[in-house]
Structures are given as C-alpha cells and as structure tokens.
Design a binder for this molecule. Structure first.
Ligand SMILES: C[S@@+](CC[C@H](N)C(=O)[O-])C[C@H]1O[C@@H](n2cnc3c(N)ncnc32)[C@H](O)[C@@H]1O
Length: 587
C-alpha cells in the first residue's frame, strides 16, 4: 500500500526537513512524459514534470504535473537533459533547417524506400496563460494512502524565489478552492496561500523509494490546464534561472555510465553539456524482434590443413589451401601472371557470383599483415583498405588457434577513444594514441532491426535519424533472398558504442569495412572501422557517410557545383567537415 507523504507534518517540520525527507524518494523514468519547465525554489532548481498517464498526452488538460528537485529526478535525468537541449536549441540563432523525406543509410547502404518525417517529435511550446478549471468537482478522495495537496506537493516549502504564481491565476484559483475543502486543507490555506502550488491535477504518493501519482478531482487539489503549459510567465522566469544543478547531475550520470565502457573517456571544452543520457552502452549487437541469426556453434570453420601451429606457428598460412579463405579476395595478380585462361574464367564467374565466386585452389589474399609496430598486432592489407572487399576472419570452429593472424576485429578494440564536444557538429571522437594506416579501431554496434522497423523509426524520429542507421546490405545481389527490403539495419542511436559519435568528413581518415566470421551468413556481419591514414594522437576520427571514392579534383569541383545548383538539394543538410574538398552537403 502506498504511504502518504508526511500527511500530518506541521509547517515547521515541513519547511526544511520535510523537503530533505522527500529527496529520498525519486520519480521513475517510466512514469515521466516530459519536463515542461524549471524554476528556482528555495535557492534550488526545480523541474516541472508531466506524468505519463496511459492514453493521455503530456499536454492534455487533466495531465498530472509536479515540481521536483534534481535529487528526485536522478532516475530520469534524460528528460531534464532533453528539456535543457530544447531550450538551448530554441535560443540558438541561425539554426540549420532540417527538412525533407528520405532514408539515406550510411556507407554500404542501398536505397531503401523513402519515408516522410511528418511525425517527427514536436518541441513546440504552448505559450498561453495558466487557467484553472473552475468546475472542479468537490470529491473527498484524500484517503490515508494518498497525500493531501499540501503534503503531496511542495506547498510546505518556502516561497519560491521566482514565483510563477504571482503573475498567474493559479495561486488565486487554488486559494479560492480551499474553503470548499476539508478542515485539514482549510488549515493549509492559511499557511500556504502565498505558496506556489507544486502538484497539479493530482496527488503524489510514495512507495518503496518511488513517487507515484494519483488523479484527483478533490477541490483543494490545484488544477491547471496542461494544454497551456508552460505559459509565458513560466518561460520568462525559467529564462533567468540557471540549469547548473541539472547539468552537474547529468555530467555525473554520464560519467557513471561511461565507466562501464573500457578504454573510453569523454571531455567537453566547449560548454557544460554531456552526451545524451538516453543511451545504453553495448559492446555487441542487440538483436531486435524478428531477427534470426545462426548460433556461433553453427559457424563453418576451416579444416585441414589449417591447424594451430602450422607455418610460422600462428595459424592459417596457406592462401591456396586454407578453407577459411574460401571467399577471401583472390590474388588476381598471381593468377593473371601464372594462368591467363584460369584468370579469364575467374573474371567471368565473379561477374555472376559476386563475392561468393568459387575460387577453390586459387591463391588468396590474407586480409591482415604483420604491422611494423610491436604495439599493433596487425594491420589491414592495402588491397582490402582500397577495395572494401569483405574480410573473413576465422571463427570458433576453425582449427587454427587464437593467435591466428585472421583474428583481429573479433578481439575487440585495443585503442583508447575519447568522446569530445566539437564546436559545430555535436560530439566527435578522437584516439588518445597515434593510429597507423590499416589499424583496426572499433566496430559500430547497435540494435539490429528489420528494414521495416528502420523505416518506421525514420518516420517517427525524422530525417536526422538516418545518420545512425547502417544498412547491412553489403551482400545484396549475392543471394536471391537478399534485397533492400530484406536486409537488416543497425541502429546505433540509443544503443551503441563510442563509434556512434564519429562524424562525417568528405576527406576522412577512417573507413568502415565488412568483417564476417560466418561466411555463409550474408545478413549479419561486423561493421569495423580502420584507419586509412596514419592518424596522430588527438586528431578527430572521421569517415565518409556516403563512402564515396576519391575523384580527380577537376571532376570533384564540377560535381560539387552541379550539386549545389540543384534545387533538389536546397534543403539538404550542409556539411561542416571543413575539408578542402568538402562536397558541401551531408545528405
Ligand atoms: C552519427 S552522428 C555523429 C555524432 C554526433 N555528432 C553527435 O553528437 O551525436 C551524425 C550526426 O552528427 C552531425 N554531423 C556529423 N558530421 C557532420 C558534418 N560533417 N557536418 C555537419 N554535421 C555533422 C549531424 O548532426 C549528424 O546527424
């Protein structure tokens, strides 16, 4: 049974100690719909939350609202963060207009069907005045397990430094309601009539450390028309109140979450913000509903002659014989040189079979080579770096041992990454150590979802969603069942790793490659970032979201001019990569 909040506390007890007693209770994230406004109360920041009520919008007339200090919101700080970001955005001058439909998946994407962003979440605020529902029915429902309006809110606290009620009808309306109420609430009137009401349209309850609400039409319950929140006086007052306590708490919370991610730190030399708290750090794919993937035990490994201690005692060694190299890139130079007929036949077969061409007995290229630095286990071969050919690594069922040179990405990230705030493109990533060309950095992880679900998310979230979506479409064309609609998509926006923060550059220093451990699974593979240049420590890591090839400079300028002159590109998002050969358009 929920317990009332200090239902019998006296004013003296409630003005100070009551407030601190309340802070041991928190609001559950799942109960919050959104943060509406903030204010300074007793020298502390407080945030007005709209409670989530099934089937009722946050801005509906009877939604329940209550003010809370940051301690009480520690489980739902991401709502506070969204509110603060919304304020900053609405203040920012010359904001880039983002509009237009479309799904532009990141590298290796195919053209999924376009979808409109008409339903993108609206942050538009209602600016009308408070209005009290004068027809509040007089029901006595302040039972023993719920609080009276006084107890349920912060009515017991001292007058707010910026009193939103002073310029609104709420305080007046609330006190008008009180004479109709019970003796207990009448007594409250004399103590609190100058107070700002803190819970609207309902009552707060507490249970096992959490606050809960209960709808109420009790006449002493403060009423507010949620459709008119926040009103102009609230907005004006909030504009003068800092959000320092919230920002400190958000940064601490982000720090806490990031501690779970090895070799990763973050810094912000630009402002006081932290990356979104509405984010779950994961280290491997999370498979969504309707996604089926063979178990690792079912992966086909390599057979004889591969074994743990062959060749230089490091595993797979024989480019002609190792079956793990079945679909690896053929060493065309060597066949062309030694057997022109076989080479011709191979070219023809490849045209028909793509990456799955039968290359049995032909010399292959190992994806990795020993690096010149003792610190780096191995680097990606130039052929793979330049060609984007899929990389097949050995798996659990291969005969070779763990130090086989065909095991790099599967061992995970080795390099330390820093998430940092850029001046103009949100958060970015750099590496604390120097990277060498061909060095593996990390994979892109996220939720693996169906194409249908991905389209739904783009419609729901708007166009910016696209930059977090990767279509796993590398092998489209290699199987009759695999097409733009059936391939899966990785969504890294709310679940992911540090690479989700890597920004785009038209002259990038990294690139994403396909890495597979199960050569027969064309639908799920790793998206691995490798350095394509030597990258000094502290340099921002970037990749080309369109994964375009480098073109001659003359052609580049011509194409750019045409693209910028094209009216279809008028509303496209401008690229701010700052590269000399910037294409000017992000998507
Ligand atoms: C995958 S996220 C990268 C991380 C992002 N900066 C953040 O703070 O979450 C892609 C988003 O970053 C921004 N971005 C990345 N590269 C950019 C560029 N070259 N110019 C402008 N915005 C860029 C865009 O807002 C884009 O939607």
């Amino acid at each position: 049974m929920p317990t009332p909040i200090a239902a019998t506390s006296s004013l003296a007890a409630s003005s100070g100690s009551h407030a601190s007693a309340r802070t041991t209770y928190r609001v559950r994230a799942k109960d919050v719909s959104k943060v509406i406004c903030h204010r300074l109360h007793n020298g502390r920041e407080e945030y007005l939350i709209a409670w989530r009520v099934a089937g009722q919008a946050a801005n509906s007339r009877d939604a329940i609202y209550s003010w809370h200090c940051i301690g009480e919101l520690s489980s739902c700080l991401h709502y506070v963060q969204t509110y603060i970001e919304g304020r900053t955005k609405s203040k920012a001058p010359g904001e880039v207009k983002r509009s237009g439909p479309g799904f532009v998946a990141l590298p290796t994407s195919s053209s999924r069907s376009s979808s409109t962003s008409a339903n993108a979440i609206s942050r538009k605020r209602k600016l009308s005045q408070f209005a009290r529902d004068a027809n509040t029915p007089s029901l006595d429902e302040a039972g023993s397990d719920v609080t009276t309006p006084r107890d349920s809110g912060y009515l017991s606290r001292e007058q707010s430094v910026i009193s939103i009620s002073s310029s609104s009808s709420v305080s007046e309306a609330a006190t008008q309601a009180i004479p109709k109420a019970s003796a207990k609430t009448v007594a409250i009137k004399t103590e609190d009539q100058a107070q700002v009401p803190c819970v609207y349209n309902g009552l707060l309850q507490k249970k096992e450390g959490w606050f809960m609400t209960k709808k109420s039409s009790h006449p002493a319950v403060h009423r507010i028309d949620g459709r008119k929140l926040p009103d102009q006086s609230m907005i004006a007052a909030a504009a003068r109140v800092p959000v320092t306590e919230a920002e400190d708490a958000i940064r601490l919370a982000f720090n806490r979450n990031l501690q779970k991610v090895k070799r990763t730190r973050w810094e912000n030399k630009v402002d006081k913000t932290a990356p979104s708290l509405d984010f779950t750090w994961i280290s491997e794919f999370v498979f969504g509903e309707g996604i089926y993937r063979p178990d690792v035990d079912a992966h086909e490994g390599c057979d004889e002659p591969c074994k743990a201690n062959m060749g230089q005692n490091i595993g797979c060694e024989y480019p002609r014989l190792c079956t793990c190299l079945e679909f690896a890139a053929v060493d065309e130079n060597r066949i062309q040189l030694n057997d022109t007929e076989r080479y011709k036949q191979f070219l023809k077969e490849r045209e028909d079979d793509g990456y799955l061409v039968n290359s049995e007995g032909l010399p292959k290229r190992f994806p990795y080579q020993k690096s010149s630095s003792p610190k780096i286990p191995s680097t990606l071969q130039k052929f793979y770096l330049d060609s984007r050919y899929p990389i097949y690594e050995c798996n659990l069922n291969c005969n070779c041992g763990p130090i086989c040179k065909s095991r790099v990405v599967q061992k995970g990230r080795r390099v330390p990454l820093v998430i940092f705030k850029t001046a103009d493109r949100g958060w970015g990533v750099y590496c604390d150590e120097e990277l060498v060309r061909g060095e593996f950095i990390d994979t892109y992880v996220g939720e693996v979802i169906t194409g249908e679900e991905s389209d739904r998310r783009v419609v729901q979230m708007g166009e910016a969603k696209q930059s977090y979506l990767y279509a796993l479409d590398k092998f489209i064309g290699d199987s009759p069942d695999l097409n733009a609609d059936t391939c899966y998509v990785v969504d890294g926006q709310y679940k992911g790793g540090p690479t989700r923060f890597i920004n785009h550059s038209c002259e990038p220093n990294c690139r994403q490659y396909t890495v597979s451990y199960n050569k027969h699974d064309l639908k799920v593979y790793d998206l691995a970032f490798f350095a394509i240049d030597n990258i000094p420590a502290g340099t921002e890591l970037t990749f080309d979201y369109q994964d375009e090839d480098v073109v001659e400079e003359e052609e580049f300028w011509k194409t750019k001019e045409e693209a910028l002159a094209d009216p279809d590109n008028k509303d496209k998002r401008p690229c701010q990569c700052g590269a000399r050969l910037c294409r000017g358009i992000l998507w």
